[in-house]
Design a protein around this ligand. Structure first.
Ligand SMILES: Nc1nc2c(ncn2[C@@H]2O[C@H](COP(=O)(O)OP(=O)(O)OP(=O)(O)O)[C@@H](O)[C@H]2O)c(=O)[nH]1
Ligand SMILES: [Mg+2]
Length: 432
């Protein structure tokens, strides 16, 4: 029995990021943009069952549900190149013209109806797969009302619902950036979202748009990157994290277990790094040996957040996912790898180090900013350095709350000052 992976995109960012992920995963599994297998590809009891359902007419339909409180992002998908890929009944949006209005609270009110519909859709999808779900990936931006509000309702309901503990939830959360323009209420939304993530997700992988923007400009030499390009960087990280489960028919371990091994209560935030991020014309000139990738993986240019794990006081664990090399290849270089890792002060001590090896490399997407490489490495790290990201949100949250700014919008939807204080204190504790 092959356990399926299911992804849910919430809010504009979540929907667009998830679309970029499926574009990449389809390319990696030889599935065309309308769900038909590329010429020469065979589909019979293979690993694609983890990701797709096969229809009567041999079309592959992704295990994916996309939901927003307003129609724009979903409508854009319906007009886009993958309009025939997604199951129409799994593209959900509000119809009343009222979106999440950029507040966590409004999205929770508007989202109550949406969340039931979304849960039913996910439940139906899971019932159609004949094995228990290996992991539920929830993509969202926590600065947005919908990403935070509806995203949190979904996490909460998935954890409370009959899916229970058996379905590990991985929150793929893009937090508001220091300098990029976000809604005025973004710090409130982000702190409420972080609080719910700690309570309900097996792990929360943090991303920052500013850092992904820098990956595009500094590492990939894109002059003024747009969301689509940021989402390609995001998709490469998430595709690597899922790769050990996507390409191995025999993998039975849950994606959630892999993440849980890296987390502790109140410390479930992980930061990602990905290498190589190099301009297309440069990539052929690089050796990209496992040891080179390992040595440079924690460089700022490979990071999708502002957390500097090399300066973090402590690291609970790191999961290194190598693609394009077999376990035998790494064994031969294991001394060099150990050497490279021990050079990082924050990894000294006894952090859990976990390695995965996937022989299949990513072919990338046609014309994408992330060039295909013969080998790649992705790391998810649970480091005290991630506290910096949450502390920045808390600072802005405190500044707004001290003036009681925009509080009336939340109170109107039933979220009181006491709820603000409680959420703030829970997140604050986690960064001490
Ligand atoms: N990386 C990335 N960020 C995005 C994308 N679209 C929007 N954002 C950012 O995500 C944050 C939240 O915005 P949205 O996702 O539009 O908000 P929402 O979840 O739809 O919530 P509403 O406030 O109800 O519209 C903002 O900082 C946006 O700049 C995207 O495709 N990729
Ligand atoms: Mg929106």
């Amino acid at each position: 029995m092959m356990q399926p992976l299911v992804s849910i995109g919430v809010g504009q960012a979540g929907v667009q990021q998830t679309d970029a992920l499926w574009q990449l995963m389809c390319a990696e599994h030889g599935v065309g943009e309308c769900g038909l297998l590329d010429a020469g590809e065979q589909c019979g009891g293979d690993v694609r069952q983890r990701l797709f359902q096969r229809t009567r007419v041999d079309r592959l339909v992704p295990h994916c549900v996309l939901v927003d409180t307003d129609a724009d992002a979903i409508d854009a998908l319906r007009r886009g190149p993958r309009r025939d890929l997604y199951h129409p009944a799994r593209l959900l949006h509000g119809v009343d013209g009222r979106d999440g209005s950029s507040t966590f609270a409004a999205a929770q009110t508007v989202g109550r109806a949406r969340v039931l519909h979304t849960l039913d859709t996910v439940r139906l999808l899971l019932e159609q797969c004949d094995a228990p779900c290996a992991g539920l990936l929830l993509a969202r931006a926590s600065g947005g009302g919908t990403g935070a509000g509806l995203g949190s309702l979904l996490l909460q309901s998935c954890a409370d619902d009959e899916f229970g503990d058996s379905v590990p939830l991985i929150d793929l959360c893009t937090v508001p950036s220091e300098r990029l323009g976000d809604a005025v209420t973004a710090p409130y939304n982000a702190v409420f979202a972080a609080c719910d993530s700690m309570a309900h997700a097996a792990a929360c992988v943090l991303f920052e748009n500013e850092a992904m923007y820098r990956c595009c400009t500094d590492a990939l030499h894109v002059r003024s990157p747009d969301y689509a390009q940021l989402n390609q960087v995001w998709a490469h990280v998430v595709s690597s994290v899922t790769a050990p489960f996507r390409f191995d028919k025999t993998a039975t371990a849950h994606l959630g277990n892999a993440c849980r091994a890296l987390t502790k209560p109140f410390r479930n935030f992980l930061v990602p790094h990905f290498a190589p991020l190099l301009p297309r014309r440069q990539i052929e000139h690089e050796r990209l040996l496992p040891v080179d990738l390992t040595r440079h993986i924690f460089d700022a240019r490979c990071s999708q957040t502002s957390a500097d794990v090399l300066r973090g006081r402590s690291t609970i664990g790191a999961w290194l996912i190598y693609r394009g090399i077999s376990e035998d290849d790494t064994r031969s270089t294991s001394a060099a790898l150990a050497d490279a890792l021990s050079a990082f002060p924050s990894l000294a001590g006894e952090p859990t180090l976990r390695y995965s090896h996937v022989e299949q490399v990513s072919c990338g997407v046609a014309g994408g900013v992330v060039a295909p490489a013969p080998r790649s490495l992705c790391a998810l790290t649970n480091s005290s350095a991630s506290a910096r990201i949450l502390r920045a949100q808390l600072r802005k949250f405190d500044r707004l709350l001290s003036k009681r700014a925009f509080l009336h919008w939340y109170e109107a939807e039933g979220i009181e000052l006491a709820d603000f204080v409680e959420a703030r204190n829970i997140v604050y504790q986690s960064v001490q």
